[in-house]
Design a protein around this ligand. Structure first.
Ligand code: DC
Length: 223
């Protein structure tokens, strides 16, 4: 029996993970956050101070895996649950850099494809519709203006201590967009057959509803 695969790609801070979680809960699919895999590799490289020239070789020992606990994804590095540790601005920037390395992408490619082969998934990332799941049943390219994405991130972070200011967050977003879109291997881009959803003027419910309608239309009822 073949599985249903939904790909959601787009730039950092477009709301992919929150919206994909809402949609997958509604449809009963597994939500796979592939950015967490790249973040975990970045954590591995940072914690072990691995120099650029040794990254490829070191991946043999990285031992990155995903588990779904009560439907929620957790990511493990050598058996340790690092799902929370990978959510810092430093790891965000490091992940954007390490994800440009072809050997890192090749290392994570099989993990992502296997999950999609075995489950109905909503998988979010940068290259899911273009590279990882080119035959996905539905492809969405989710975006919003850089200013809107920065202001959402600022609101989210402003409740925490040491919140960076809005300008700094905007700069980080613009820099990550640039790195993600201009790398040679699997750059962030909209697949030719992806549907563009711009959430600049939509709230979360409106964005999720729009995506659910697209999925239902393309899969004949969401199955
Ligand atoms: O979605 P995120 O911010 O957690 O992703 C972290 C970084 O990982 C992002 O800057 C780009 C990279 N990434 C990627 O290159 N390909 C993916 N499929 C997912 C993430």
């Amino acid at each position: 029996m073949s599985t249903i695969n939904i790909a959601i790609d787009g730039p950092a801070g477009a709301g992919k993970s929150t919206i994909a979680k809402m949609v997958s809960a509604k449809l009963g699919y597994i939500y796979v956050d592939t950015g967490a895999l790249y973040r975990t590799i970045a954590l591995y490289i940072t914690e072990n101070n691995i120099p650029d020239e040794d990254i490829e070789k070191s991946l043999e020992n990285a031992d990155v895996s995903l588990k779904f606990i009560d439907g929620a994804q957790r990511v493990f590095l050598g058996g340790r649950d690092v799902s929370d540790l990978i959510r810092t601005p430093e790891i965000s920037m490091a992940a954007s850099r390490t994800s440009a390395i072809p050997a890192v992408r090749a290392y994570l490619f099989g993990t992502q494809q296997k999950i999609a082969r075995e489950n109905n998934v909503i998988m979010d990332g940068r290259d899911i519709g273009t590279v990882v799941l080119p035959d996905a049943d539905v492809k969405i390219f989710l975006t919003a203006s850089a200013e809107e994405r920065a202001s959402r991130r600022f609101k989210e972070l402003s409740v925490k201590p040491d919140c960076p200011d809005y300008e700094e967050i905007l700069r980080d977003i613009i820099q990550r967009d640039y790195q993600d879109m201009n790398r040679e291997t699997a750059p962030l881009r909209q697949a030719d057959d992806a549907v563009l959803v711009d959430t600049t003027k939509l709230n979360l419910e409106e964005s999720a509803d729009q995506i659910i309608s697209i999925i239902k239309e393309k899969t004949g009822g969401g199955k």
